[in-house]
Design a protein around this ligand. Structure first.
Ligand code: GDP
Ligand code: MG
Length: 601
């Protein structure tokens, strides 16, 4: 298709404002998916996406749209729609998709108004110079206030309120007008058809049957089937076995030209050879200068993942390698723990990302895992000036420390103004600094804070929601580091440190952590034949202590005089139990105790 007849757009919105549902109606209206094949959230293909009702991976679909011009003549347009995830953890996916588009449909729920991710996504789209099409969705809802929120959006985007389209992804009302508006407002892709070919890889996934499937957007020239191509960052060359568009299933074509979005198959089995952000060019008369790629996302939260059954370690390694293929944000390296054995220290974008990876490891690879309490990255400067980058509390240096720096974020919270007090209180307990506050309308405010990442990454959002009866929304972005009064709290069993329970916390919260952990372990660890002190310590200073009293645990005493085979059975049973024990010093700790102590955090 000629670039003049192409439009590449994405839909951006706060989570649950109806992107996927609107995408469904577009697929139906353009005839890409027949009514009877239709299912809700058609493009959310992963099981987890379907069950949780959220989009994780971006999706690109090509839709034909017959546009009737002002002269009454029908023009056959091709629209490439890229559905993007809405959650903060996946901003990285969103920005990749935006780079492949010229326009963005900014979707806002007509019963909710602008939310934190509406703003975050809008700013991302503006950074990418996209044409913004403001749209109010869910106008079929009785609670919809289209006039009020049209004004809110118009004020934000800088257009007249009458320019805000009103649609319903549920009933399909207004969706045809929206597609027309996309044709009218979104610029056609610009590129040089005669230049050496250059295409940007914006996603690549592994398919069991076809090997690696690479999603590209052609910027200059054209890519043709059977030609040899080169990946510009690695110079690896491959034959293009198949090239085509997704509509909504893969359809082979005779090539992809300027501005077109589609997929490539080269028979490669390793996704690392098809790196997201890389430029594809033709081997013959290829381009010499690559397109500017994407910066790799940086993991923000780290956790140790350990197989419950130690023999699953190779399976875990293999599974992480596979997931990494289409999740550039996933980082990991081997790690060993006295308490938990062999595992990996894994870096994630945030807690939702962690949860999703864990769930995929469980479902797709059948792995039973323990994960340690998540932590952020700390920079520790020692007395001699040397600096340590700590991703695992057990790496926190002992001895004298000059300073510890922790990552901070700039957070934006949107909420009804009646909750200002409650939000301020919460942010205060999380060591937040108020930067500013603006009224979006008479009764809604935007509050801006800097907060330590460690303070918001775990349960901040849950607390924020419950303190605002669900009305607040949150977005945040990294904003450098700050020096803070942080200490490492160690947990010791009979004087032996249990590495999996060490944590880096603010000095004022060290005591609370120590008390919580020691009392939890006291209940979880069975009594031994000797007394076991459980201590929490900062350096050599003990800050909390519990004791497990000794018992005489003689299983044979119970069957004194009983028959010998019963005794043997009991002994065997005890041996079995021992196998699932970890020994810390002289103390036997059942693995369940670790799991329980780590999970309820
Ligand atoms: P996404 O997170 O932005 O992809 O949102 P979804 O498309 O998954 O929609 C979130 C929820 O809103 C789902 O329960 C949808 O059924 C519902 N929804 C989406 N669009 C509309 C609409 O136009 N009208 C109504 N009444 N509900 C809608
Ligand atoms: Mg969705």
């Amino acid at each position: 298709t000629a670039p003049e007849l192409l439009r590449n757009f994405c839909i951006i919105a706060h989570i649950d404002h109806g992107k996927s549902t609107l995408a469904d109606r577009m697929l139906q209206l353009t005839g890409v998916v027949e009514a009877r094949a239709m299912r809700a959230q058609y493009l959310d293909r992963m099981d987890i996406e379907r069950e949780r009702g959220i989009t994780i991976k971006s999706q690109a679909v090509r839709m034909p749209w017959a546009y009737i011009g002002e002269d009454g003549v029908e023009q056959p347009f091709a629209l490439n729609m890229i559905d993007t995830p809405g959650h903060v953890d996946f901003t990285y996916e969103v920005s990749r998709s935006l780079a492949a588009c010229e326009g963005a449909v900014l979707l806002v729920d007509a019963a909710q108004g602008i939310e934190a991710q509406t703003l975050a996504n809008l700013y991302l789209a503006l950074d990418n110079d996209l044409e913004i099409i403001p749209v109010l969705n869910k106008i079929d809802l009785p609670a919809a206030q289209p006039e009020k929120y049209a004004e809110e959006i118009a004020g934000l985007v800088g257009v007249d309120p009458s320019d805000v389209l009103k649609v319903s992804g549920k009933t399909g009302q207004g969706v045809g007008e929206l597609l027309d508006r996309i044709v009218q407002r979104v610029p056609a892709p610009v590129g040089d058809p005669d230049a050496p070919s250059r295409a940007m890889i914006f996603d690549s996934v592994y398919d069991t049957f076809r090997g690696v499937v690479t999603y590209v957007r052609v910027v200059d020239g054209a890519l043709n089937p059977r030609e040899r191509i080169s990946m510009m960052s690695t110079r690896a060359t491959h034959e293009l076995l198949e090239i085509g568009v997704i509509s909504p299933e893969p359809i082979p074509t005779t090539g992809l030209g300027v501005g077109e979005v589609g997929y490539l198959i080269t028979g490669v089995k390793d996704v690392r050879q098809s790196k997201v952000g890389d430029t594809v060019t033709s081997l013959h008369n290829g381009a010499t200068e690559a397109l500017s790629g994407y910066s790799d996302p940086k993991p923000m939260v780290f956790s140790g993942l350990y197989p419950i059954d130690g023999s699953d370690y190779p399976v875990l390694r293999d599974a992480l390698d596979k997931l990494k293929l289409n999740d550039a944000a996933l980082n990991y390296e081997p790690e060993t723990s006295v308490a938990l054995g062999f595992g990996f220290r894994v870096g994630f974008l945030g807690l939702l990302h962690l949860e999703i990876v864990r769930e995929r490891l469980d479902r797709e690879f059948g792995l039973d895992l323990i994960s340690t309490a998540p932590n952020v990255i700390y920079d520790v400067v020692q007395e001699d000036g040397s600096e340590v980058h700590v991703t695992n509390p057990s790496e926190f240096p002992g001895g004298k420390i000059k300073e510890v720096r922790e990552p901070i974020v700039r957070a934006t919270i949107l909420a009804p103004s009646e909750f200002i007090g409650a939000i301020m209180e919460l942010c205060q307990t999380r060591r937040g600094d108020l930067l500013g506050m603006d009224y979006l309308s008479a009764d809604r405010v935007e509050m801006r804070y800097t907060l330590p990442l460690a303070e918001i990454v775990f349960d901040f959002f849950d607390h924020l929601k419950s303190k605002t009866r669900g009305y607040a929304s949150l977005d945040y972005e990294p904003s450098g580091e700050q020096v803070a009064d942080l200490v490492k709290v160690d947990i010791l069993l009979q004087g032996e440190q249990v590495d999996a329970f060490s944590a880096i916390v603010h000095k004022d919260k060290a005591y609370a952590y120590g008390v919580m952990m020691t009392s939890k372990l006291k209940d979880l660890i069975p009594r031994q034949q000797f007394e076991v002190p459980i201590q929490a310590a900062v350096g050599s200073r003990v800050i909390a202590r519990e004791t497990i009293r000794a018992i005489r645990k003689d299983v044979l005493a119970k069957c004194y005089g009983g028959d010998i085979s019963r005794k043997r059975k009991l002994l065997e049973k005890q041996k079995e139990g021992k196998k699932r024990m970890k020994t810390i010093g002289r103390v036997d700790v059942p693995q369940e105790a670790f799991i329980a102590a780590l999970s309820s955090e």
